[in-house]
Write a protein that binds this ligand. Structure first.
Ligand code: FES
Ligand SMILES: [Fe+2]
Length: 424
């Protein structure tokens, strides 16, 4: 039987430098809190623009019981609405993706245009005011083609800072002129925070990801070069030399590469262009480009990999020839949807410029390997013997950053709501 706990007490007594106590990962009360304090308040990554290439293209996303409808209009703008009919509330678009003219509710035919305005509602009488029954809009921001939405009435304004910093990094990869080559939905059997924690360290990479680590140096993914023990000093020095050389070369070519790390209680992110070792060009098994059509105006295949991580729920890898984006969305305390999207140049033809199997292989295998670890972490932290364990200061500094951010976010939420949470 689960022991009782007090949410605010658990948040306040969190020990720095250690993983969280079990209820954070397993209790429904914490998931509800995470949805309220984080997923309904902050900017959340949900899609990429090439998922909606044409007017009328529509994508739906679920966040904590809220269904969001993204729609590209005739003016090529993308808008987000609550996917709920203003008549009696029926779900408007029931598919994950579709193409529509107007938004027509299947129940009684109420019809909304691309701005969410109600344009047809039969049998409602002469006094009925259609203008008061438009779809509820949701804030949306596309950062160089990466679509973030915010369910809050007043979204955090520091999305401006993320846009300002990141657009020079992302724009050169020209997402607008990409197409979706492949998408997968993987349900990880773990809490969303375990999915993110697993993503923010590469302590596990050497032992778990033989495919991913072929062109990567572990030192690039959160492994601190400060740990210069005998065994590793040569590898560290080699990596630092490559890093300095490649950054110099890329920056001289107008390709922003330096590490960016912005931490706030709201829109936090980190980005860095990392070298691919040896002759590495891309995240493929042979480390060569997967698509012969390079992105944007690139002519050089050896541009390393630009990685971009955001709190609370996304990470992205931009190579010279393709892009892979990931969003993690909670389904239940112990289940998380990881949606992965592979993008190539819109003119790249499968079979001619790229082989889909080759393109998706590394991250398909890596995702599955990560999902297995997240499952083990989840069942382990639900075991009565579990107690918060120490993060490695050398390989897991970004977990500490994430957990600090998470706890601060909850505390701010308590303060702003003056929540009084009863003990269970
Ligand atoms: S519930 Fe949508 S038209 Fe009636
Ligand atoms: Fe991993």
């Amino acid at each position: 039987m689960r022991s009782s706990f007090n949410i605010q007490e658990l948040v306040d007594r969190r020990k720095k430098g250690r993983s969280l106590e079990a209820p954070f990962y397993s209790a429904p009360e914490f998931l509800d809190l995470d949805i309220d304090a984080i997923f309904r308040q902050l900017w959340v990554f949900v899609a990429v623009e090439p998922e909606l290439p044409e007017p009328g293209d529509c994508v739906t996303v679920e966040i904590g019981g809220t269904s969001i409808l993204l729609l590209r209009g005739d003016d090529m703008g993308i808008r987000a609405f609550h996917n709920v009919c203003r008549h009696r509330g029926a779900r408007l678009i029931d598919e994950r993706t579709t193409t529509i003219g107007n938004i027509v509710c299947r129940y009684h035919g109420w019809t909304y245009n691309e701005d969410g305005k109600l344009i047809l509602a039969e049998h409602m009488g002469a006094d009925f005011d259609k203008d008061c029954h438009g779809l509820k809009a949701i804030h949306l921001r596309s950062i160089s083609g990466l679509i973030f939405i915010c369910l809050a009435e007043n979204p955090p304004e520091d999305i401006e800072e993320m846009t300002r910093v990141m657009e020079p990094y992302l724009a050169l990869h020209d997402i607008a002129n990409c197409k979706v080559a492949h998408t997968t939905d993987l349900i990880e059997e773990g809490n969303w925070k375990l999915t993110i924690e697993n993503n923010r360290e590469c302590y596990h990479c050497e032992g778990t990801h033989p495919q991913l680590t072929v062109p990567l140096s572990e030192f690039g993914f959160g492994f601190s070069p400060d740990e210069m023990d005998e065994r590793r000093s040569e590898d560290v020095q080699n990596y630092l030399k490559v890093l300095e050389r490649d950054h110099k070369r890329w920056e001289a070519d107008g390709l922003p590469s330096a590490e960016m790390d912005r931490l706030s209680n709201t829109t936090s992110f980190r980005a860095m262009r990392l070298p691919l070792m040896g002759e590495g060009e891309s995240h493929t098994l042979d480390t060569k480009i997967a698509s012969k059509k390079l992105l944007g105006a690139f002519t050089d295949a050896k541009l390393g990999g630009l990685s971009f991580w955001t709190h609370p729920n996304s990470w992205h890898h931009f190579m010279s020839d393709h892009i892979v984006t990931f969003s993690a969305l909670p389904i239940s305390p112990g289940r998380t949807l990881v949606r992965t999207t592979w993008l190539v140049h819109k003119d790249a033809i499968e079979g001619e410029h790229y082989n889909l199997e080759n393109l998706k292989q590394v991250w398909t295998m890596t995702n599955q390997q990560d999902a297995d670890l997240v499952r083990l972490a989840q069942i382990g932290c639900e075991d009565p013997a579990y107690e918060p364990g120490p993060y490695s200061q050398f390989t897991e500094p970004h977990l500490e950053t994430f957990c600090d951010w998470y706890i601060a976010r909850l505390q701010e939420h308590f303060a702003s709501c003056e929540l009084e949470v009863p003990a269970e």
